[in-house]
Design a binder for this molecule. Sequence first.
Ligand code: FAD
Length: 431
Amino acid sequence: MCILVVEAGISNPGQIEEITTPFKTFNLRGSKYDWAYKTTMIKRDDYEHIEKPNTRGTTIGGSSCVNYFTWILDPSRLSMIGRLLGHPLTEEIFSGEMEGLTHCVDTIYQGERQGSSLYLKNKPNVTILYGIQSKRLIIDPVTSVCSDVTVISNAYNTEINVYTSREVILSQGVFDAPKLLMLSGVGPATELAKDGIKPIAESPHVGQHLLDHPIVPFVLQIKDGFCLDDHILCPDTLNNSAIATYKRSKTGLIRSSLLELVGLPRIDERLEKYPVYRESKAANGRLDLFGPAGQPHFELDFVGMFSTAFQWHYPSPRRGTVTLNSANAQVLPNINLNFFGNERSQPCARVQTGFHPCGTARLSKNIHQCVVDPKLRVHGVRNLRIADASIIPVIPDCRIQNSMYMIGEKGADIIKSDNKYLYDAQSLVSS
Ligand SMILES: Cc1cc2nc3c(=O)[nH]c(=O)nc-3n(C[C@H](O)[C@H](O)[C@H](O)COP(=O)(O)OP(=O)(O)OC[C@H]3O[C@@H](n4cnc5c(N)ncnc54)[C@H](O)[C@@H]3O)c2cc1C
């Protein structure tokens, strides 16, 4: 089977030092490798807060090439610290309770970032068209079959149609996947009508149910010599030596993802002091609303440099949206994360995205509930699947890059099993 990948950004993230060098990751925000979406964080009658850039990678490998590397695994090394701080420790957070302190596993190998672009390495049946942006899916209004995609090249000031003999798989991420569906006539009727787009399939959940983890950074004063700033931020002897070590052997402090330690606490006793919490819990069958199955209430990210971060582990109570700003494909969509949408909550001006948005083309049974079915096929359209964070209906209790890899691998299995004859023929040829 031959695969054509259309990517708006660059094709060689593994050769770009800013992307591969771990400590340079914070410089990628707002760089030419960032889509830099403008995003509404809070929109209430009493308060509005808009922020830019909301980072997403514009390269093969997408946001896995600009993200903060961390997966959470293997807390055993921290058992002593955990005991000292009085926090329980879970030895295996993926199959049991996550509460406690844990050491992060990073997507760094031999001192360099490892992104999802590696999946395409040495794949002779994959062709990459890079620097090319999708404009519209061509869907037959009578048969609802998606057969082509119109794409734009800014460099050559041209647009062309690319044809598929089998199917189109949309992996443009949580903001651009719903945008392309709507530009192509698949979405809520009112949204399409607003921009004068001819409807192909009325799909009311496209661009709805945007979920994310809110995050609040805070700064701690640490004794001199206990922090990484001298080694990483300030241009002096320590910094020069860290750079020299990294250049020589890809080791040392510059190899750090900067986020090495994570705390995953529950604060039941503190919450119980508040009547509003007790009332909500009583109304929920005595089950805690934030972590009914024992999940952590939030996360503390210990960044050993300029600040540290506090992340909620439950989704924003009122869900956000991605809608069109224009029928022009080159205009970024309108994103509203809707943090503190619940009028009972107090808005916090410092709130930011935890960079785990999902849900805008969520998976479920039918078009009245969602956008894609369990085989990732878009309801109301044929020959079109989605495989990216937009399909996640319930935000995972942690980082989501590994969930994305699971969706990619599971999606590949589904496609292979739906096209069995192709693979059987291939194995006959190779044997
Ligand atoms: C700053 C940051 C830090 C993060 N930190 C972590 C972390 O520490 N751990 C973790 O697990 N997760 C982290 N994440 C989240 C994780 O990286 C993402 O959830 C994941 O990569 C999303 O994958 P995706 O396939 O849905 O979308 P993306 O990876 O964003 O891929 C979308 C792709 O589509 C391309 N595209 C978009 N529109 C078009 C178009 N019109 N035409 C052509 N191509 C297009 C983009 O260029 C991109 O290559 C972080 C994310 C960010 C941004």
